[in-house]
Design a protein around this ligand. Structure first.
Ligand code: ZN
Length: 355
């Protein structure tokens, strides 16, 4: 089967691209082989013996885990879905022949929003995902990534020496209007490494919908659950998240080493725009034009961080993810084209507009 018949965003499949693609790394969400399907695309999956079957998704490097974000239908009032938990099965493929089969297990659930993992006992480079057809009626969307989970979040020796995350949001961040982790119901960090000196900034997009059933905090909690429970990270990969309304949220406390640009995390502050902003790469994730409010919100975080650490706001120190590392389209063409706008607004404390 061909990937393209599903309109699977090519940018999300950067790991498939061959010679020019960087291999997946444990510290770079965007480089992992990834697929994202909304309901319309789900219904376009092949139907085989009672299963909806994905095309073969491949990774340049062997992987052991398929991490999945699954969203079920919910009532308008956000009450938990009555849809059954879908049976999702990952199948390792060996030269087109099915090998090990693993049913995905739920690691996090909040209403109809779930995070699941399927772990292989033997590493593989090709995977098919199957969803039991009888469960598909209540499925709103599903995304999956292939990777080797990090052990970042299980380093107890580091954990014992790091501060209590609930006490972290520094006064200079709170004063700038950045919302606390408590405001979005964040879980506590788990074993992050200290990295208090910052010298550069990377702009990302999350390659998710902008909200989860209309809620920004719920979307943030699902991203955190995926990063911690599936990727195995100590917290959200990024230090800050900016939502479409311009709100700025503390993610991984800034005194910690980030997990957002493979090989270039030291001293690098990660700021991610919640949404998907690559015209050819966002499937059913909504509009790809960043609203003014999100650009302004990003500019305000850049300004706050750059002033505090003495980082020059220029194209050498404040860049998009793909300008720091190859193999990803992040933060998407429609944010890359606005990076100079973000930088100029970050330098101008009086710029007008929402956010
Ligand atoms: Zn990125």
């Amino acid at each position: 089967m061909k990937i393209t018949r599903l309109h699977v965003p090519l940018t999300m499949l950067a790991g498939l691209a061959g010679a020019c693609a960087a291999p997946p790394t444990p510290h770079d969400d965007d480089l992992a082989p990834r697929a994202e399907l909304d309901r319309a695309e789900l219904l376009g999956l092949a139907r085989v013996d009672g299963w909806l079957v994905s095309p073969v998704l491949t990774s340049a490097d062997p992987i052991t885990r398929v991490g999945l974000l699954v969203n079920l239908d919910e009532a308008d009032d956000g009450s938990p879905s009555e849809a059954p938990l879908p049976l999702v099965r990952a199948v390792a493929m060996d030269d087109g022949v099915p090998g090990e089969q693993v049913d995905a297990a739920v690691t996090w659930r909040e209403g109809g929003a779930l995070v699941l993992n399927a772990d292989f006992t033997t590493a593989t480079t090709a995977v098919v995902v199957r969803i039991r057809e009888q469960d598909a009626a209540g499925l709103h969307g599903v995304a999956w990534e292939l990777f080797v989970p990090s052990d970042e979040g299980t380093d107890e020796a580091v954990d014992a020496t790091t501060p209590n995350t609930e006490q972290w949001l520094a006064g200079w961040l709170a004063d700038s209007g950045i919302k606390t982790r408590a405001s979005w119901g964040a879980r506590a960090s788990r074993g992050c490494s200290s990295n208090t000196s910052k010298s550069k900034i990377a702009i990302h997009h999350t390659v998710t919908g902008r909200t989860l059933n209309g809620s920004y905090p719920r979307r943030l909690r699902q991203i955190q659950a995926f990063h911690m429970d599936s990727r195995g990270w100590c917290d959200v990969g990024y230090h800050f998240l900016v939502t479409a309304d311009g709100s700025r949220w503390e993610a991984r406390p800034i005194g910690y080493l980030g997990a957002h640009v493979g090989g270039v995390n030291t001293g690098n502050v990660g700021i991610s725009l919640v949404g998907c902003f690559h015209p050819s790469g966002c499937g059913g994730l909504g509009g790809t034009t960043p609203p003014e409010a999100i650009l302004n919100g990003a500019a305000r975080v850049v300004r706050t961080v750059a002033r505090h650490y003495g980082i020059a706001i220029d194209s050498t120190h404040v860049k998009g993810h793909r300008q720091w590392a190859s193999g990803t389209a992040c933060p998407g063409d429609n944010v890359v084209s606005k990076l100079s706008t973000i930088r100029s607004r970050a330098k101008d404390a009086s710029f007008p507009g929402p956010g």
